[in-house]
Write a protein of this length. Structure first.
Length: 370
């Protein structure tokens, strides 16, 4: 009964992150016994190899059995401390709690050339002051998505002619914001056009790879509605959204009136061969607008939510997602460093043990001087 109470007390005080490593403790008794046997046999072998044992005994410094036994025990305890350190002992910290979210959010951002139109010029702060459609999407992603559902997980897929995994699902918001500010730009996804279905399929795979199991899955689409995906592919996307029970939020970016694409707003690679002020194909200026019908059709088929963004305040993530749960779990304090320190101290003790120990009446080894 007392043993069970002791075990329960240890389990309450300590937890091990790698408990399987503790099985190595079972070999320590064999290690201790093997160490003693090697020490005794090595000394006898050395004495015998030099000649007459009786003669050599007179010139060999005596070593007590207690020293060898104690040294083996010290090194065994040193290994025990190392094994426990590898098992990563922790204890609950009642003073610290960590917030943990239960939602997995994938954001899909259109980075095709049409997103370079400055429909929001003068509305956004730096570094988004150019006011392109993509600038509004990036601003909302940082301020409304990453900024309001912290401690949940967020990933980013960008798309043009192909989909690109811009940021895998993570709850670390600082590098995510860095990626949005510096790596998400017009034309940086491969290919021509706007293949929305490929972006959704990539988002599904990224959720399968990194999303927390049992959590709520949400996809937020930032787009001006341009979509070159075949209808059959979009039907498969809609079927998958329903089967996975993913909440879809569609954010319409841009104005409904036709606008040309300023060449100066494009990346250097897209400016090659462009001599005019606006982007041209075969000598004709390309115009683009918010194709709202495509986005509303997707929203209606899935039963999602839609918002058209005319100014930044039109989109509030907390209004779109009513159950962004954040729970608090007790923190854990790592204790492995104490066991590593104990192992080092024991190692030093084992190395500096004197050759003779006066622990009662010592029995000299064979080969020791009388």
């Amino acid at each position: 009964m007392e043993t069970n109470k002791f075990v329960s007390l240890v389990e309450t005080l300590l937890h091990f992150q790698n408990p399987i490593v503790l099985w190595l403790l079972l070999v320590l008794p064999f290690f201790c016994a093997a160490g003693l046997w090697l020490a005794f046999s090595r000394r006898r072998h050395m004495v015998d190899s030099y000649g007459d044992p009786g003669l050599i005994e007179r010139f060999v410094e005596p070593v007590s059995r207690w020293r060898l036994v104690l040294k083996s025990l010290v090194f065994a305890l040193c290994l025990a401390c190392l094994i426990i350190a590898l098992a990563r002992p922790t204890r609950d910290s009642g003073k610290v709690e960590f917030p943990v979210g239960s939602m997995n959010v994938m954001t899909i951002v259109d980075v095709s050339r049409s997103m370079a139109v400055p429909d929001y010029k003068g509305q956004l702060p730096e570094p988004f002051a150019a006011g392109r459609r993509l600038d509004m999407a990036r601003h909302l992603l940082i301020e409304e998505v990453a900024g309001t559902i912290g401690f949940n997980q967020i990933g980013i897929v960008t798309f043009a002619g192909e989909a690109f995994p811009q940021a895998f699902v993570t709850d670390d918001m600082y590098p995510l914001k860095w990626v949005v500010t510096r790596a998400v730009n017009v034309g940086l996804a491969p290919g021509e056009g706007s293949q929305m279905a490929k972006a959704f399929n990539l988002a599904f795979r990224m959720l399968d790879l990194d999303a927390k199991p049992g959590g709520r899955n949400v996809i937020v689409l930032f787009s001006d509605g341009g979509n070159d995906s075949p209808d059959a592919d979009m039907q498969l996307v809609i079927r998958e959204l329903k089967a996975r029970k993913i909440d879809l939020i569609v954010v319409g970016i841009g104005k409904t009136s036709q606008s040309p694409i300023p060449v100066e707003m494009l990346e250097p690679g897209d400016r090659r061969g462009q001599n005019g002020k606006y982007y041209q194909v075969d000598g004709e200026i390309v115009t683009t607008r918010l194709e709202e019908n495509n986005l509303l059709l997707l929203k209606n088929r899935v039963g999602g939510r839609y918002v058209r963004v005319e100014k930044a305040s039109d989109f509030k993530m907390t209004d779109m997602v009513s159950r962004a749960h954040v729970t608090y779990k007790p923190g854990q304090q790592e204790l492995f460093q104490w066991f590593l320190g104990g192992a080092f101290i024991l190692l030093v003790i084992g190395l500096v043990l004197p050759h003779q120990l006066a622990l009662g009446k010592s029995t000299p080894l064979k080969g020791d001087r009388s």
